[in-house]
Write a protein that binds this ligand. Structure first.
Ligand code: MG
Length: 159
């Protein structure tokens, strides 16, 4: 049975994952409107991945005898200046998510809940990729400039 404190922290993370899913969906809609269909596709997949994280956490919580909640999700930003701004935003957001996961792991350590620590290490590892991917795309977009951007757009459309 999971502790009340950890259950609350996991439910907050489920809400944060769903907020991330909405953020990336908002970015996807922005790209679609701007005619970057590859970026829009990539962002929609990213959004689905965040929902998957929420589902995984909810299933884990339920398996441990807890109750998973669907809480209120705050509004997400809309409208960016250009694709580089969007991917820099993704990078900053993923760094923020890494901190949330680390804090959650610290709570699990304080509660001496080894099962939850083990469960969360997968997300710690996942964040290495999330940060690196966002940084890599931002770098590519920055170097490509206006001429090369549609080439990256079509590459990301293959995700
Ligand atoms: Mg996530």
């Amino acid at each position: 049975m999971i502790s009340e404190k950890l259950q609350k922290a996991l439910n907050e993370q489920i809400t944060a994952e769903m907020w991330s899913a909405n953020l990336y969906l908002s970015m996807s809609f922005y790209f679609e409107k701007e005619g970057f269909n590859g970026f829009a596709h990539w962002m929609k997949k990213q959004s689905q991945e965040e929902m998957d994280h929420a589902y995984q956490m909810a299933s884990y919580l339920i398996k441990r005898g807890g109750t998973a909640l669907v809480d209120k999700i705050d509004v997400v930003p809309t409208g960016w200046g250009n694709p580089l701004e969007v991917f820099k935003h993704v990078y900053d957001h993923e760094c923020h998510v890494s901190k949330l996961i680390n804090d959650l792991l610290e709570t699990a350590q304080a509660e001496k809940d080894y099962a939850t620590q083990s469960f969360l290490w997968e997300f710690v590892k996942e964040q290495i990729e999330e940060e690196a991917t966002a940084q890599e795309i931002a770098d590519r977009v920055e170097k490509a400039g206006n001429a090369g951007i549609f080439c990256i757009d079509s590459q990301l459309g293959e995700r």
